[in-house]
Design a protein around this ligand. Structure first.
Ligand SMILES: [Zn+2]
Length: 174
């Protein structure tokens, strides 16, 4: 079984009036929507991995407050269709795997191969891919469906993900 992980495509990171908008993230939408369509056609699973913080989360020592659980900021963009193929998993750290919920879910679905997309390339995407490879998932990075904050850092992150055998692929190649 295959699954597409859509990381942090939530209002606070993507919408123009979000708390921590990633410039250019909105432009990923057509490619991510294509990736979702192709994975659903192959009967794969779509997992939205959304930042969901408590009001006093320690992450706010380093970053402005964002993605408070239950608020508009932590909700996925309205334009994404959620249906029987999709599940939303909350996360409070950079890696979508760190609280164990995602790994349990993927194992319950018999998923062995994951495709990762969303934001931010050099933060949550990199850390999620690192965790996935540590656990042993066959992992692909959708290079036309991710966006970094800094081009040089994002390029370095992609190189490191390659060292960890997370293979680059485009949405059109799915
Ligand atoms: Zn956060």
């Amino acid at each position: 079984m295959k699954a597409l992980l859509v990381v942090d495509m939530v209002n606070d990171f993507v919408s123009s009036n979000g708390a921590l908008t990633v410039p250019g993230a909105m432009a990923l939408l057509p490619n991510i929507e294509l990736a979702i369509k192709k994975i659903v056609e192959k009967e794969g699973k779509i997992i939205f991995c959304n930042d969901q913080h408590e009001l006093n989360d320690p992450e706010f020592d380093a970053y402005p407050s964002h993605c408070i659980k239950g608020t508009w900021g932590s909700a996925i963009l309205d334009s994404f269709m959620t249906d029987l193929h999709s599940t939303i998993v909350g996360k409070t750290t950079f890696s979508a795997f760190s609280n164990g919920v995602l790994d349990d879910l993927l194992k319950s679905m018999n998923v062995h191969t994951i495709f990762v997309c969303g934001v931010v390339t050099e933060i949550c995407i990199k850390r999620t891919v690192w965790s996935a490879r540590d656990i042993g998932y066959e992992t692909f990075v959708l290079t036309d469906c991710i966006k970094g904050l800094d081009d040089a850092d994002a390029g370095m992150a992609l190189m490191k993900m390659g060292w960890w055998d997370a293979l680059p692929i485009k949405s059109t190649e799915l």
